[in-house]
Design a binder for this molecule. Structure first.
Ligand code: C2E
Ligand code: MG
Ligand code: MG
Length: 700
């Protein structure tokens, strides 16, 4: 049941009280309850003790008179509406009463039931309207102050008419200070990218008569100079006839969101490990560099860099060390380039360096060499002194491609070429590398079936004692009899086989086949000689390598002392701690060990001493120096001396001329191998050669 509204009548006139009671019975907005008192003092008492809805008071009371009564009531109950009952001549006082806050009046000649009922109804309606208006206003106020957005409004002259609490905080102006001020004094915004002024969004909203967004990257400058990135919109305010009478702007601080956005976009464009730009950002930068190069008529260079043998470091020393090595490489790369260049990480151990402005392709080559040299110095990581080299492929714009994607792809191809040509070097892209890449792919396909189809064949090349001219040994060299392409040399397929995991089974086949062959020659009564088999790094590092050698020797019944394994320096040097025990076990089997291509891997003597090596095979590049007329044969004599001092047998590879033979003899080289004596040949021919001896004689 609704609580009755209490109407208080303060009047000393009994007739008024009777009409009042009657009117309450007929009033529609009730239920109403009447309280009648005769004096102001009593009235005040009721105001204190009850919740009064409205007060009807007579202008002349026993204890109070005139407007004084109204004033006292207003002070006592400011929110309770009042109605004045007066005499016929009190019209002017009544008007003054309205001015002072009374809601209504009725004069003596009109005091009847109808007038009172109407007055009560008016009062109720007004009260409902006021209450509604009040709660609406209050709600709006509360809303505006509790939303996270700042709200600021202006009149049509762009003077501030309102700020909520958040707007006060962000602008640094209180509402009192800001009211009536020109908006551009209170709401100061600049363009975050240019730091120039922003057009006033309020003005734009009024002019365009529609909601407008703020300038992107808008910055609000607070009264004390602090800056906030803000975002949001402004809208015109219309009067009842639809004309703009001002504008309101709603904005919020997006500094944190914007900083987070910047962080996100940094993450999206950078490599987490090295913080270098990633491939996405590289492509952007490269496209920009191409556009600039077009305008300036300059060139752009792309260096595609891949670390040599990184996987092995990662596998043997762990990813944490590998990661630190990559970080160290990143630092070195950055030290080699200018600020305007970009060093990016493509993933894994691949990096791409973008040189944004080069005059000649040759300059890119110079830079590539500088990078290769800079990487060479040992990286100190977790008590290790890690050495790593890199292979680099180089392309330039516009010579090697017109688009970012093509330039990177071609540099990648050139990098593979650098790998094939011995690693630790750089190669410029050449058009035929594309063909080679296609060929490489098609070779890979057919290589997978080559073993099953029995397409590999062994060729054998003799080693000659330089004192006696006798054949002392033989090197087994694999070839691939390709069904369509004919005979393919190992340089063309060994690296592919390594990459696609076929080298271990191929190597096992080579070992088994050549050991079987060597034993067959011995069984046929030929003079037993030493058989040298090449072992690639992948085979050597395979866990089963040792067991496999043992098994093959048992199966073929070849005595271990007739087998020599040829390993390159790089295979041995990398992770000596792992290499030495394996070498010792091989030695324990009775197998001999040789370092192949000696002199190309920069081995230090102290390093070599720790390996149980029997033979040094001097790389053919040194042998070829001998008759180059440069007189620079000192290297090879130093290598021969060094081998001698380590008590190793020294064999010169790739001997082609009689002058080379003479030189080697003069310098005390033990043995030689090369076309001068014999090309590699199939087993039956080699058996004959072994019987007859090589036909060419020694110079002395
Ligand atoms: P390598 O072990 O240094 O073999 C010597 C290479 O020099 C052979 O090339 C041989 O044919 C070539 N050669 C011999 N005499 C001369 C000469 O007088 N002048 C010149 N210019 N070259 C000469 P080939 O057979 O193409 O083998 C190349 C490389 O492939 C070998 O270098 C070796 O590292 C690797 N390889 C060969 N067979 C195998 C194998 O069965 N397994 C593995 N893992 N690698 C092999
Ligand atoms: Mg060899
Ligand atoms: Mg060699």
């Amino acid at each position: 049941m609704t609580k009755p509204r209490i109407l208080l009548l303060i009047d000393n006139d009994c007739a008024h009280a009777a009409v009042f009671q009657e009117a309450l019975l007929h009033a529609t907005d009730g239920p109403f309850e009447g309280e009648w008192v005769r004096t102001l003092a009593e009235g005040m008492g009721r105001l204190n003790s009850k919740e009064i809805w409205a007060i009807f008071f007579n202008l002349s009371l026993p204890d109070s008179h005139g407007l004084e009564t109204l004033d006292k009531l207003t002070v006592a109950a400011p929110s309770v509406p009042t109605l004045m009952l007066g005499d016929v001549g009190d019209e002017s006082i009544a008007l003054e009463a309205l001015r002072r806050g009374a809601k209504d009046y009725i004069l003596e000649n009109h005091i009847d039931r109808y007038a009172l009922v109407r007055a009560i109804r008016n009062m109720a309606e007004r009260k409902t309207a006021e209450e509604a208006l009040f709660t609406e206003k209050e709600r709006a106020q509360v809303t505006l102050n509790s939303i996270g957005d700042a709200v600021l409004s202006t009149d049509i002259q762009e003077k501030v008419t309102y700020l909520n609490v958040v707007a006060e905080k962000l602008t640094g102006w209180t509402r009192e200070q800001a009211l009536g001020k020109p908006v551009n004094e209170v709401f100061v915004i600049i363009d975050g990218s240019t730091r120039g002024p922003c057009p006033s969004p309020l003005k734009t909203a009024i002019v365009k008569n529609k909601t407008v967004g703020l300038t992107p990257h808008c910055i609000l400058v607070r009264r004390d100079g602090a800056e906030f990135a803000i975002e949001d919109s402004a809208a015109p305010i219309h009067d009842s006839r639809g004309h703009a009478k001002g504008a309101v702007i709603v904005f919020h601080d997006v500094s944190v969101a914007r900083a987070m956005g910047a962080e996100m976009s940094h993450l999206a464009q950078h490599d987490i490990l090295t913080n270098l730009p990633n491939r996405t950002l590289l492509r952007d930068r490269l496209s920009q560099a191409i556009a600039t190069a077009d305008r300036n008529g300059t060139r752009v260079a792309v260096l595609f860099l891949d670390l040599d043998g990184f996987k092995h470091i990662n596998d043997s020393l762990g990813h944490a060390t590998g990661d630190k090595l990559l970080q160290s490489v990143a630092k070195r790369l950055l030290s080699c380039v200018r600020n305007s260049d970009t060093v990016s990480r493509q993933g894994g151990d691949e990096f791409v360096v973008l040189l944004s402005e080069v005059a000649h392709a040759g300059d890119a080559g110079v830079k590539a060499e500088k990078i290769i040299k800079t990487l060479l110095a040992p990286h100190e990581i977790d008590q290790h002194n890690l050495q790593i080299t890199a292979s680099v492929g180089v392309t330039t714009y516009p010579d090697d491609g017109l688009e970012a994607e093509i330039l990177i792809k071609n540099a990648d191809l050139a990098m593979y070429c650098a790998k094939d040509r011995g690693k630790n070097n750089h190669q410029f892209f050449e058009k035929n590398m594309n063909l080679r890449a296609v060929e490489r792919q098609s070779l890979e396909g057919s290589l997978r079936c080559a073993l099953e189809r029995n397409e590999f064949v062994m060729h054998y090349q003799p080693k000659i004692n330089l004192k006696t001219g006798e054949i002392t040994g033989v090197e087994a060299l694999v070839r691939w009899q390709h069904p369509e392409r004919g005979l393919i040399g190992p340089l063309q397929f060994v690296s592919i086989a390594e990459d696609c995991g076929l080298m271990v089974p191929i190597g096992q086949w080579v070992m088994r086949e050549s050991c079987r062959q060597a034993k067959e020659w011995q069984d046929a009564g030929l003079r037993p000689i030493e058989l040298a088999v090449n072992v690639s790094s992948i085979e050597f590092r395979n866990d089963d390598f040792l067991k496999e050698v043992q098994r093959i020797l048992e199966e073929t019944h070849l005595e271990a002392r007739y087998l020599e394994l040829e390993l390159t320096e790089s295979v041995l040097m990398r992770h000596a701690e792992f290499t030495v025990p394996v070498l010792r076990k091989l030695k324990a089997l009775g197998v001999r060990l040789a370092i192949d291509d000696f002199g190309t891997g920069y081995s230090s003597l102290s390093y070599l001493r720790q390996f149980p090596i029997d033979t040094l095979k001097v790389d053919k590049s040194f042998v070829q120096e001998i008759d180059a007329d440069t007189g620079d044969a000192t290297i090879i004599s130093a290598v021969i001396d060094m081998g001698g001092s380590l008590k190793h047998r020294v064999i010169a590879e790739g001997v082609e001329t009689v002058e080379q033979v003479a030189f080697l003899q003069a310098h005390g080289c033990d043995e030689a191998q090369g076309y001068y004596f014999s090309r590699p040949m199939l087993a039956p021919q080699f058996a004959k050669l072994l019987e007859s001896g090589v036909s060419v004689g020694l110079p002395n």
